[in-house]
Write a protein of this length. Structure first.
Ligand code: UT7
Length: 331
């Protein structure tokens, strides 16, 4: 019997229209274009304004519709929709359920998956497992975040980094052995003191005091997170190469979470990869959390070839991190 693997068969993406440049940030907080560019690689990011649309689902729906259109299928053929996100439309009711009904996925169930910047990577593992087990045949994985909803635009340590966006991929069975090949996923809950949002959850429900003290905005101890991110992202990517007997020269593309260009460069160096094999769009979108990986695939899709070996790597709040090896399934 032929072995079934889980392959990506279509990609969609969406970023909001409003562009927040480094120059604009110079007028909002004590910062400058030179600092932001040299420390992070970011020049601009997108922000979803109420005039355009509201909530993470607005962008997720756009990305989902592009996937359906490109693959030429009807939403009713979907079995499952997973929305990887750190900023769901609201707590309790899942954003995925809303996305499903809005796009007409009448035969699908859906749920959200939360693991900060590793949400999409962990979602790839989840989506692929359903396919390989034979339980479902069409799983839509969306990575979407409206980071502007939890950013304090008076806090220069976070507002220069994050942006809004969404990307989506369809996972389907493949009989040529293409698709997800291997993964190494990790978590360390002690990291939550260095990156996260204290208010709004069950530990600290909203009160007048929590709002006054800015507890409903994301915080990060950048230096500490940077240290963990650099070593862990490079470690897991190197481990994935090693246990799949791959050299840097075998890899067509590194698909790295877009948190900081310096972290990406360090990971690529450790893997022995040249710069032109590293997907990068941090300069125009900043860190879109769950959307970085699918937005990279969306931007680079026309350059991907069937059989290309892709190594994904991510690091995020929690802490959560990991790497995955996937072969591309179409030209
Ligand atoms: O996606 C989830 C995972 N997140 C990450 O991977 C983010 C990891 N961290 C980082 O990317 C970096 O730590 C940052 C980009 C957040 C900060 O870069 P850094 O090189 O670690 O800078 P720093 O925090 O050590 O700050 C250096 C200096 C400080 O001044 P002093 O103390 O040296 O006088 C800061 O006060 O830069 C100052 N600074 C700024 N200056 C201008 C901090 N933020 C800014 C700013 N503009 N926005």
């Amino acid at each position: 019997m032929t072995k079934t693997t889980a392959a990506i068969t279509a990609v969609g993406g969406y970023v909001p229209q409003f562009v927040l440049t480094n120059q604009m940030l110079e007028g909002m907080v004590e910062t400058n274009d030179e600092w932001i560019t040299s420390r992070t690689g970011i020049k601009e990011r997108r922000v979803l304004k109420p005039e355009e649309g509201e909530g993470t689902s607005y962008m997720a729906i756009k990305a989902a519709r592009e996937v359906l259109e490109k693959r030429g299928i009807d939403a009713s053929e979907l079995d499952l929709i997973i929305v990887a996100t750190a900023t769901p439309d609201s707590l309790v009711a899942s954003t995925a359920a809303f996305v499903a009904s809005e796009i007409g996925a009448t035969n699908a169930f859906g749920y959200d998956l939360l693991a900060a910047c590793s949400s999409f990577l962990f979602g790839m593992s989840t989506a692929a497992s359903y396919i390989v087990s034979g339980t479902y045949r069409k799983v839509l994985l969306i990575g979407a975040d409206k980071m502007s909803s939890i950013i304090n635009y008076k806090d220069r340590t976070t507002c220069i980094i994050f942006g809004d966006g969404a990307g989506a991929v369809l996972f389907e069975p493949n009989t040529e052995g293409l698709g997800l090949q291997d993964e190494y996923l990790r978590a360390d809950g002690k990291g939550r003191q260095f990156l996260g949002m204290e208010g709004g959850g069950s530990l600290m429900p909203a009160t007048e005091e929590s709002v006054r003290n800015n507890k409903h905005f994301i915080f990060q101890d950048g230096k500490t997170v940077f240290k963990f991110a650099v070593s862990n992202m490079a470690d897991v990517a190197a481990r994935i190469l090693e246990r799949n007997h791959l050299k840097g020269s075998d890899v067509a593309w590194l698909v790295p979470h877009q948190a900081n260009k310096r972290i990406i460069d360090a990971t690529a160096k450790r893997m022995g990869l040249e710069g032109e094999k590293v997907m990068m769009n941090i300069q125009k979108y900043g860190n879109t959390t769950s959307a970085t990986l699918p937005l990279l695939l969306h931007d680079y899709e026309s350059r991907l070839k069937k059989g290309d070996k892709l190594v994904f790597a991510a690091f995020g709040g929690g802490f959560t991190w990991g790497s995955a090896y996937l072969t591309w399934a179409y030209d």
